[in-house]
Design a protein around this ligand. Structure first.
Ligand code: NAG
Length: 404
């Protein structure tokens, strides 16, 4: 699926340091079809992102008009671990939902492991945990434990049943995320649970360019309700890449973070919590095209300070990803000879942004007259620019109701 992003140039003088290709955008994109994802790492980045967008769409369409967050890569990893326990047929079904059929990669697991290692390098500010927990009553096959451990460095774990399990799982998640994802499970797993997938991610966004003003409470408009007061970060002459998409009725800004991470903000033109149009257009290819079309600009930037924590069980969403048959009969024959089913995919995402950055915006005599003011519902995503992998995606309808 290829759709052209129509970019309006706002105020010719102010925007474009990148005017060299004037007029070439529309024609160029259509004529020469360039293969966007050419290396195993970028193909894997695209596959995990497309799985993430599909999962996010499933969440967002069930929970309309609410805040929704997802850190999809850790979900890809835990489900990939699980796929190793299935029959050939079941493995194929699950890996298809994970979009791996697009890869043709015989080294699939190594490619995913390398991608995971590269996005977890300390400078990027991402930590994550992904592990399978299994009911002991299933009489588990030890070969599966060894297989997953050899490949992903995390050994699946047998559960004892009861409240001890909650402490065990929560302690492990906390340890893997440097103490940043706490109270992963609020309630014990159901007594009858069989196979449980656990995934958690913490992300601390670090800007390249710092914000000098942070914290003043300002109005954030809500769809159909009175505005709320939330802490905002503010900076003049802030370098972003930017464009307006008239088809999606939104303005998009890409804000650079440290170590080749960036945040894309999709800000609808109107105050609305309905972002269906944007949600439906999200694919790895769309975002890659977008990143090549946005133009550098200096703007007066206002962003809410984000501190959020979001937990959910993703299991009910798998049916929307074409996995209804698989859920009925996941054929986890390499895990246990007894029939075993997936009982939960608990997921927790925690994210913080802070005003700090390692550069000051360039001094300028007059502030830019372009403004980008994120003071109404928006959608954002955090992307690793090297691999293209989607690390985090969220719809912020009311930042006030986010807690950490
Ligand atoms: C949201 O927007 C889409 C597309 O603009 C529209 O088709 C849909 O009916 C809207 N949903 C709601 C709940 O208003």
């Amino acid at each position: 699926m290829k759709r052209a992003v129509v970019l309006l140039v706002f105020g010719l003088l102010s925007v474009c340091q990148a005017q060299t290709e004037t007029g070439g955008e529309e024609a160029g994109g259509e004529e020469e079809h360039v293969e966007l994802f050419t290396t195993p790492a970028t193909k894997m980045g695209a596959a995990t992102s497309d799985f993430g967008y599909n999962l996010f769409r499933a969440m967002a369409s069930r929970e309309t008009a609410t805040n929704v967050f997802l850190a999809p890569l850790s979900v890809s990893v835990v489900l990939t671990q699980l796929s190793m326990g299935g029959s050939e047929r079941a493995e194929r079904q699950l890996q298809r939902a994970l979009r791996y059929h697009t890869l043709q990669d015989p080294q699939l697991h190594n490619t995913l492991k390398d991608l995971l290692a590269s996005v977890r390098t300390p400078g990027k500010g991402l930590s994550s945990a992904a592990r399978i927990y299994l009911a002991r009553r299933l009489r588990l096959k030890q070969d599966f434990f060894t297989l997953v451990e050899q490949q992903y460095g995390v050994r699946p774990k047998a559960l004892l049943g009861g409240t001890k399990d909650v402490k065990e799982i929560n302690d492990w998640v906390s340890q893997e995320t440097g103490g940043k994802v706490q109270r992963f499970l609020a309630n014990p797993l159901p007594r009858s649970s069989g196979v449980n997938a656990v995934s958690a991610t913490y992300f601390k966004g670090k800007w390249v360019t710092r914000f000098s003003q942070s914290g003043p409470l300002e109005n954030f408009q809500l769809d159909g309700a009175a505005p709320v007061r939330v802490p905002m970060m503010h900076e003049d002459n802030y370098p972003v890449r930017m464009g307006a998409d008239s088809d999606l009725s939104c303005t998009i800004a890409q804000i650079q973070m440290q170590d080749d991470i960036s945040m894309f903000v999709f800000l609808p033109d109107d105050v609305t919590s309905n972002m269906t149009l944007v949600e439906e257009s999200l694919t790895a290819e769309f975002v890659q095209d977008l990143s090549m079309t946005l133009l550098p600009a200096k703007v007066t930037l206002t962003l809410p300070v984000l501190r959020l924590s979001y937990s959910t069980d993703l299991l009910p969403l798998l049916g929307d990803l074409g996995l209804s048959d698989w859920l009925e009969n996941p054929e986890l024959e390499k895990i246990s000879a007894q029939p075993a089913k997936l009982s939960s995919i608990n997921h927790k995402a925690v994210m913080e942004t802070a005003p700090e950055g390692n550069q000051y915006p360039s001094a300028s005599s007059a502030p830019s007259h372009l403004t980008y003011r994120v003071d109404r519902p928006f959608l954002y995503l955090i992307r690793d620019d090297v691999s293209g992998a989607l690390l985090f995606i969220g719809r912020v309808v009311n930042p006030k109701s986010l807690t950490i």
